[in-house]
Design a protein. Sequence first.
Length: 195
Amino acid sequence: MSAIDDLTGELARLPGIGRKTALRLAFHLLKAPSDDAQRLARAIVAVRERVRPCEVCGNLTEVTPCAICTSTRRDGTTVCVVEEASDIMAIERTGEYRGMYHVLGGRLSPLDGVGPSELNVEPLVRRVGGGVVQEVVLATNPSVEGEATAMYLRKLIGPLGVRVTRIARGLPVGGDLEYADGVTIAEALTHRREM
Ligand code: ZN
């Protein structure tokens, strides 16, 4: 396999990149100054070497615990549960939420073999049971699986004696938090309801 085929194949495996775009990117990298391509290659290697999940919340970080978990200006009594670390970035962009986070690492999806043990559920239960947390905001995506995951967590966390809320609808059903605009996410958080 030629180097161009190799690169095109790798690029085509990225989300949202089809065969045609992969080919265009590969030729762009060949035509661009060598430094540009080297920088891109180094950035890819660096991100894989330096970034890892926060040991407390699962956020992607270069120092663990992450800056959110160690911040003294944030409210440690509220934990917002999200599917992926990228959801944290989306919520942080709104500037409306001052609590902590917990990344599940996905959502319940029995058909794909994803049960509670495949997700960061156990650490969440331990965290919530630790005595500091007073409210858990379930911010899984408004998809069928996201709702089912929220219902499951509600049943699991409810008996621990903390307030459990769900972000309000208004987010497009079936949509991803990650792609929602800041105003919509801020509204959904403000109008969260008891579960
Ligand atoms: Zn953290």
